[in-house]
Design a protein around this ligand. Structure first.
Ligand SMILES: Cc1cc2nc3c(=O)[nH]c(=O)nc-3n(C[C@H](O)[C@H](O)[C@H](O)COP(=O)(O)OP(=O)(O)OC[C@H]3O[C@@H](n4cnc5c(N)ncnc54)[C@H](O)[C@@H]3O)c2cc1C
Length: 405
């Protein structure tokens, strides 16, 4: 921990949230915004600089190109929330009006199998109200002449509410307004989760500073550390930290129009970043679980793989200069790459908010709202999220998300 430990004001809270990243922040804020919830909320964050959190390493984009209808609806709510943030947050005039830079995600297929996946996904997306368009190589070339499409058989793009948004601003305002509404944020770490004698309920948590804090409900919003946190309660959750590398570069000759977030068939992805700069992401050939503190860059990956892929797909990217780079962690759900939420089947006051597998930033408004509803009513009132509950893991019923980047 890099900052000073802070201690709780009380010894009991109705809700204790472990982790103050975007999921913890969203849940806390939606609880304060729910007229039927009047309990106390404590958010415990081991590193309030968020130096290793997923939330501060993100690409900050949203898309509606998912393979499951629920994920499309979750992102549609993100778009609604972001575009109307001020009105959602009580017409607070300090809050900036936000927008989405809708350059779209461009999935590129270079074989029939992946083209078939894009066709199938488009059906799901259209049925859910998304505006996904499939494009032939010639259509892609006409709309975006900078691409090399020689090997491309099909593209898929949606230009409505799909692209960059300011996740950092939403994160900041959720935390700020929650605090003003009485949520307590601690700079501390949960080191133990203590159950009742029958093992049917969490009684309290132990902080690194030694205090024991009783809780009505406990939310595991600990990002890539989700499995470690769940283990404290004797629960297995299939979430691993997986390394994802990002680079921002400037181009000697910037493109003449916005670059969609382009997912090359190799998996390398790159998007518009404004001002003649672009943001690119990739992972290594092997993709093991890594240590929670391993953020070392792989410089060879850029030189030997990523840059050649970029220059092949967009020949103007032969002449580029990296201006910044970093490694971050996905909280990868190895079971089905989808969210895990709701209560544990036996330990009912233990609530999951885990496994976002690289698409959690955009899911944070719907996840926070859903978690607040689950805590307050024991059911979902806006969007039914029960299919994301932990039961499916125990029962071996994966909801495979085929559109993971
Ligand atoms: C490179 C990269 C690009 C991404 N791009 C996108 C994107 O374009 N769009 C998108 O939607 N998503 C994207 N994501 C995913 C998104 O960033 C995450 O899904 C999201 O930020 C998860 O938030 P979280 O709150 O669950 O986790 P985190 O942000 O990791 O927060 C968890 C917090 O819990 C704290 N914590 C852990 N254990 C304890 C403990 N025992 N006690 C106290 N505190 C604890 C940690 O310190 C941490 O701050 C990307 C992720 C990465 C890494």
């Amino acid at each position: 921990m890099t900052t000073k430990t802070t201690l709780p004001a009380r010894s009991t809270y109705d809700v204790v949230i472990i982790g103050g990243g975007i999921m913890g922040a969203s849940s806390a804020w939606f609880l304060t915004d729910n007229p039927d919830f009047d309990g106390s909320v404590l958010v415990v964050e081991r590193d309030p600089t968020y130096a290793t959190a997923s939330t501060t390493h993100t690409n900050s984009c949203m898309r509606q190109q998912f393979s499951t209808e629920l994920n499309v609806h979750i992102s549609q709510f993100a778009a609604e929330f972001v575009k109307n943030i001020r009105s959602f947050m009580g017409d607070d005039t300090r809050i900036p009006e936000l927008s989405i830079r809708s350059f779209g995600y461009m999935y590129l297929a270079n074989n029939k199998a992946f083209a078939d996946v894009l066709w199938a996904n488009q059906k799901v997306q259209l049925a859910a109200g998304a505006a996904t368009q499939l494009m032939s190589a010639a259509e892609i070339k006409a709309a975006y002449p900078f691409y090399n499409v020689d090997d491309i058989t099909l593209g898929s793009i949606n230009l409505v509410d799909e692209g960059y948004w300011d996740g950092g601003a939403v994160f900041d305002w959720w935390r700020r307004q929650s605090r003003e509404r009485g949520v307590e944020y601690l700079s501390n770490e949960v080191v133990a989760i203590n159950k009742n004698a029958a093992g049917t309920s969490v009684d309290n948590v132990t902080l690194a500073s030694g205090e024991i804090i009783a809780c009505g409900k406990l939310v595991n919003a600990s990002g890539p550390r989700a499995a470690r946190t769940a283990q404290m309660a004797g629960i297995d959750v299939p979430v691993e930290p997986r390394k994802r590398y990002s680079w921002v570069f400037s181009a000697e000759q910037p493109l003449d129009r916005d670059l969609p977030l382009t997912i090359d068939p190799t998996g390398v992805h790159v998007r518009e970043n404004g001002g003649g700069t672009y943001q690119c992401g990739a992972h290594g050939n092997v993709d093991p679980a890594v240590d929670h503190d391993d953020f070392a860059m792989d410089h060879d990956l850029w030189q030997s793989h990523v840059w050649p892929v970029l220059a092949t797909r967009i020949p103007q990217f032969e002449a580029i200069r990296v201006t910044s780079e970093w490694a971050g962690h996905y909280a990868m759900n190895t079971f089905d790459q989808n969210a895990i939420m709701g209560s544990h089947p036996q330990l009912k006051n233990f609530i999951f908010l885990n496994g976002f597998s690289g698409h959690g930033l955009q899911q944070s408004p719907a996840m926070g709202r859903g978690t607040a509803e689950w805590i307050t009513y024991g059911e979902y009132r806006s969007l039914d999220m029960t299919s994301f509950h932990y039961d499916r893991i125990v029962e071996g019923r994966p909801i495979i998300e085929r559109a993971v980047i």
